[in-house]
Design a protein around this ligand. Structure first.
Ligand code: G6P
Length: 609
């Protein structure tokens, strides 16, 4: 989730771009850069790290020009480095990009044959060369954008300029946000409205396939077929802080709602229907190495550990291989029976959690192969691993993890499919079937999000309670743990997650009318058993909140509140169930007036033991 900005007018672009980038920094911040056309040349300044580094570079070598583009990067392809930072250039063209180009390898090979030389490890650079190729063939910048977008696959928002047309800024989008705005003297574009607000409150949100041509005096938008299109402007009355949060009251709710996109982005470009396979070129481990692994281990902390537990159920059922799941702080201090060649999967949003890193170092000492599932590109964990499967969730700002968790589970699905195919326990047809199921996940999550009002009314009924019990079975047992963790993290209510079948061995002693029980009961082979557990709960007069698959009636009669979740294969149910529980915890916490983004005593990334 990078941030892009563009300006064309009569003032110096540099200060306007930098001010805009500051307002976009929350979208990603491993490196930044700007380009302006100065004396008929594209001039670029780029720096790794915070924006202040870029500002220092500009103090040493200032830039002046009336047209420019800028970018804050959150790396997806290629580590954070000056060379990989945007803008990227080719023959008088400069561009910035947010998103992922899925077919960049094919395009890169073609462009190399055409004589273009690549300077970075990014997928973005193909766009600069592709535009330059079309301009070389005689097209205008607008027409080059039109031709290039017909070849690009993936998600993108792109802004570009060309020295041959120093009075036009061109931008397009497909699957990534892009908004434009103008005043009497100038035009602006950005990934979201935040940087536009000091200049204008009237903005146009581009639609997929639109190409906008901006000059100091005019704005023209053409649709995907190249014909002029009318787009209505929208008045935005948010202040800058509300705009950063996309109009949501806090980052947590924004991040909960970003999950359909995060799931799609994590899947994007990583599968092939032709082979029924997950296509994971960044894995860093060959099929042979994966096949040789005698045992599999998953180690993580907090919410990421819950994703690891989901992985255990998934791998053992789908690929029939035993998996040992550990908490980072436990693994490092026992004598784990890990052996040379074992596959060790570390899961972490930040990639900086001290206990997870220590466990990885311990496993490496013992000869294991390290594969990490990480959200932050270039983090310590990513650097210390043999292979990395990045979740592409964008920065997660709220302390309690939401979209990073669903991203991790999706990465585990991809890995399970890959292992299942290479171990030949999944056929080509199985592979295709699973891919269809994965692709259906975003709309199932959307369906849950649309019914937030129902969850709010549940929260209103229960937010004054002091204790909660969460019950789940099978692959949804870790989701019960995660639901309870979310509630305690942000609402400060005591909540415990339990395997439903274990309730009779202790927690049942606590159950009375003051102990609401949240039960997760998808339609699976354990459903009837869960119903029986609930009978025991009801007999003790506890209020029951049931999350069930669509079409279920039995539990409806037993529960005080029922929330239905779109049906899916039981192994895929954790994602929509989790989203419902996140919303429940969120609304309970808001009703209790907790600052959900910064809950007391918690840190986003725990880099000490
Ligand atoms: C902290 C955060 C949790 C997170 C855990 C692991 O405790 O508050 O939300 O799950 O660290 O973090 P990681 O970055 O390794 O996923």
């Amino acid at each position: 989730m990078c941030g892009i900005i563009g300006y064309i007018g009569h003032d110096n672009a540099t200060s306007i771009l930098i001010a805009g980038l500051k307002r976009l920094e929350y979208r990603g911040y491993d490196s930044a850069g700007i380009a302006v056309i100065q004396n008929g040349q594209i001039e670029v300044r780029r720096s790794v790290g915070k924006l202040t580094n870029l500002e220092q570079a500009l103090q040493q070598a200032p830039l002046y020009g009336n047209i420019g583009i800028g970018h804050t990067r959150w790396a997806t392809h290629g580590k954070p480095s000056e060379q990989n930072a945007h803008p990227h250039r080719s023959n008088g063209v400069a561009i910035v990009h947010n998103g992922i180009i899925e077919n960049y390898l094919t395009l890169k090979q073609r462009l190399q044959k055409e004589g273009f030389v690549f300077d970075s490890e990014t997928d973005t650079e193909v766009i600069a060369h592709l535009l330059a190729l079309h301009i070389r063939d005689g097209r205008s910048l607008h027409d080059a954008f039109l031709a290039a977008t017909r070849e690009l696959q993936g998600s993108y928002a792109i802004a570009g300029m060309y020295v041959g047309e120093p009075e036009t800024l061109v931008a397009t989008r497909s699957g990534c946000p892009l908004v434009i705005g103008r005043n009497e003297k100038a035009a602006f574009l950005a990934s979201d409205v935040t940087p536009l607000l000091p200049h204008t409150h009237e903005v146009v949100f581009l639609e997929d396939g639109d190409i906008a041509v901006l000059t100091a005096q005019s704005t023209t938008i053409t649709g995907a077929e190249g014909r002029v299109a009318e787009r209505k402007s929208v008045r935005i009355d948010w202040d800058a802080e509300a705009a950063e949060k996309g109009g949501y009251p806090d980052f947590m709710l924004k991040e909960i709602h970003e999950q359909p996109q995060a799931i799609l982005d994590t899947l994007r470009g990583r599968y092939s229907y032709e082979t029924g396979e997950a296509d994971l070129p960044d894995l860093g481990l060959t099929s042979q190495e994966l096949l040789e692994a005698k045992r599999m281990w998953i180690v993580a902390c907090g919410t990421s550990w819950h994703a690891g537990l989901v992985g255990k159920y998934l791998f053992e059922e789908l690929i029939r291989k035993p998996v040992q799941v550990d908490i980072g702080s436990e693994f490092r201090y026992r004598q784990p029976m890990i052996q040379a060649g074992d596959l060790f999967i570390a899961i972490s949003q930040s990639g900086e959690t001290a206990d997870t890193l220590a466990a990885v170092r311990e496993a490496r000492l013992r000869g294991a192969r390290i594969l990490s599932i990480v959200n932050v590109v270039g983090s310590t964990l990513a650097r210390e691993s043999d292979g990395v499967l990045y979740t592409r969730c964008g920065p997660e700002i709220s302390v309690a993890s939401t979209k990073a968790f669903t991203g991790q589970v999706v990465a585990l699905y991809l890995l399970a499919l890959h292992l299942g195919r290479i171990r030949q326990v999944l056929s080509l047809e199985d592979g295709r079937w699973w891919l269809d199921q994965f692709m259906a996940l975003p709309s199932k999550v959307e369906h849950v999000l649309k019914r937030e009002a129902e969850i709010l009314s549940m929260a209103k009924r229960f937010y004054t309670m002091r204790n909660f019990l969460y019950l789940g079975r099978g692959i949804n047992y870790p989701i019960a743990l995660e639901g309870a963790l979310k509630l305690k993290e942000i609402s400060y209510i005591h909540a415990e997650g339990y395997a439903a079948g274990e309730m009779k061995h202790g927690p049942i002693a606590l159950i009375d009318e003051d102990m609401p029980v949240v039960v997760l009961a998808p339609r699976d082979q354990l459903y009837e058993k869960t119903v029986n557990n609930l009978m025991e709960v009801k007999a003790r007069k506890a209020p029951v909140i049931a999350f069930v698959s669509e079409g279920e009636r039995e539990l409806g009669a037993l529960a005080d509140f029922v929330f239905t979740i779109p049906s899916s294969h039981p192994l895929l149910s954790p994602i929509p169930f989790t989203v419902a529980l996140q919303l429940f915890a969120y609304h309970v916490a808001i009703l209790r007036q907790v600052d959900v983004d910064r809950p007391r005593n918690l840190a986003k990334s725990v880099t000490v033991e």
